[in-house]
Design a protein around this ligand. Sequence first.
Ligand code: ATP
Ligand code: MG
Length: 286
Amino acid sequence: MENILRIAVQKSGRLSDDSLSLIKECGIKFYNGTGKLKSSATNFPLEFLFLRDDDIPGYVADGVADLGIVGENELVEKNKDVVVLKKLGFSKCRLSLAIPKSETYTGLSFFQGKNIATSYPKILGDYLKEKAIQADIHEISGSVEIAPSIGLAEAICDIVSSGSTLMMNGLKEVEEIFRSEAALIGHPLMNQQKKHLVEKLLFRMNAVQKGKSSKYVLLNAPNHALDKIVSLIPGMRSPTILPLAQEGWSSVHSVLSEEQFWENIEELRAAGAEGILVVPIEKMIL
Ligand code: ATP
Ligand code: MG
C-alpha cells in the first residue's frame, strides 16, 4: 500500500479527458468504467480517485491522494498546502471581470462600490485588494453569468474561454485577472519510494510533452546547400545526413519545434530543400 501512488483526477468535466490521455500516453494502462470512483493501473503502481475538481486540492493537501491534476484557478482559489510539480498545458482558460454590455467601462474604478458575483472569492478578493478597489464580493457556486440579469450583482468574475456565454447573457469582458491551465500537484511530504515513483511519472510526462511540441523533419537537399540547410534545422545534437541514390543529393533528418519549422520553411525551400516531410513524435528523451 505504501508504495502505490494515488492520483486524484476530475471525474467528469473539462479536465477529465486530457488528464487521462496524458496518463495513457505515459504508457500506463488502466480501466475507467463510467461511474467508478476508484481504479488501479495494471502496469504501474498508480491508483486513481475520480473526484469533483473542487475537492482535488484538499484531498492532496490532506494526503488522501499523493498527486492530483487540477486547474490553477481551483488550486489558487482553494489555497491548500500542495506543491505544483508540473504545468500541463491543457484546460487553458482565463478568469475575467465582465459587466453588462450596455454599461460604459471606465477602467477598474468602475468596480468601486459595486457588487460582483463570482465562484472565485479569494482570487477576486486578492486582485481587488492589490488594485485598491473596494467592492462587495457575492459568492455563488454556479451560473454566475446570469447574476446581473436577475439583479443579484452588477458585475461578475468568471471563467471565460470563447466569450460566447458572456455574450448570450448580455455581458462583456473588461478585465482579465488570472490565467489558468491544468497542473500536476503533489502532497508536500512523501516517503522515498513515493518520491521515486513521482520522478518516474514526471520523466514520462516530460517525454510526452516534449514530443508533442517537436517534429521529426526529413527533406532532400542538393549537397552544395547542406551547410545552409543544417544551420536552419540544427536538431537535437546535429542533423543526420544520408546520401540519396541520386548523385549530388542527400537526405537530411532533424528534430525541431513545430514553431521553428514554420519560421524556417521559406528559407529551407529557397536553399533548395524539397520533398519535405514533417512527422509527429510520440515521445522524446533528451
Ligand atoms: P466539477 O463537477 O468537477 O466541479 P466544474 O463544473 O467545476 O466540474 P469544469 O467546467 O469541468 O468544472 O472545468 C474544470 C476546469 O477546467 C476549470 O476549473 C478550469 O480550470 C478549466 N476550464 C473551465 N472552462 C474551460 C474552458 N472553456 N476551456 C478550457 N478549460 C476550461
Ligand atoms: Mg468544480
